[in-house]
Design a protein around this ligand. Structure first.
Ligand code: FE2
Length: 206
């Protein structure tokens, strides 16, 4: 593995361990949000993107708190991935006990659960358009415990706080990043008629 693996390396790792389309879409949504923040922060966009892509790469095969990320981080270290990336990946689950002490780690935690929540918000719209999801409505739905109950609201609010961003602005950044790749996420681009079939929002991930 090179010193700083590429986006292609990250994609290869993700798809070596993951073929579930909901999990791939989740990785792509998190990648898009990580890119958006890397640009805003003047950080390395390819690194942020790669960390976003791989953050749950072991989840399909390791879905418990005893295995998810324990297995993944061991594989990353075995294969020589950069230690700061491994720590960023580990730190997105509190149970791993790794502090979120880099901007990449803070960003990953802040965007992870929010991408799932925004997907759920888009899917209940008649047009299923993520681009049209409004921050005020997202904030309202965050208080509705029955809505998208698998998503951890506390992590969304705490993630924005740790990153030092206003929650409404944060929702808009992640929404716009997801809207820009709506086709890859199988959400209709702005203004397009809804599909006939409905989809679940995928598993809630840590
Ligand atoms: Fe995730």
């Amino acid at each position: 593995m090179p010193d700083r693996p590429s986006r292609a390396d990250a994609w290869a790792l993700l798809t070596e361990f993951t073929d579930n389309s909901s999990l791939i879409k989740h990785a792509l949504a998190v990648e898009a949000a990580m890119r958006a923040y890397a640009r805003r922060f003047g950080e390395n966009e390819e690194e942020f993107a790669a960390i976003g892509l791989i953050h749950d790469f072991d989840y399909q095969q390791n879905q418990t708190v005893e295995t998810h990320l324990h297995v993944g981080t061991a594989i990353l270290r075995e294969r020589g991935w950069p230690e700061d990336w491994v720590r960023a990946v580990a730190s997105h689950a509190d149970y791993m006990g790794v502090p979120r002490d880099t901007l990449a780690a803070k960003t990953l935690f802040a965007v992870d659960e929010l991408t799932g929540f925004l997907t759920a918000c888009a899917l209940v719209r008649p047009d299923r358009s993520v681009a049209e999801v409004q921050a005020a409505s997202v904030k309202k739905k965050l208080k509705d415990k029955a809505f998208a109950r698998s998503v951890n609201r506390e992590d969304i609010v705490r993630g924005a706080e740790e990153l030092g961003v206003d929650l409404a602005a944060h929702i808009e950044v992640v929404r716009d990043a997801m809207a820009a790749i709506a086709d890859r996420l199988e959400l209709p681009p702005q203004g397009q008629a809804p599909g006939a079939e409905s989809q679940g929002s995928g598993p809630g991930l840590s």
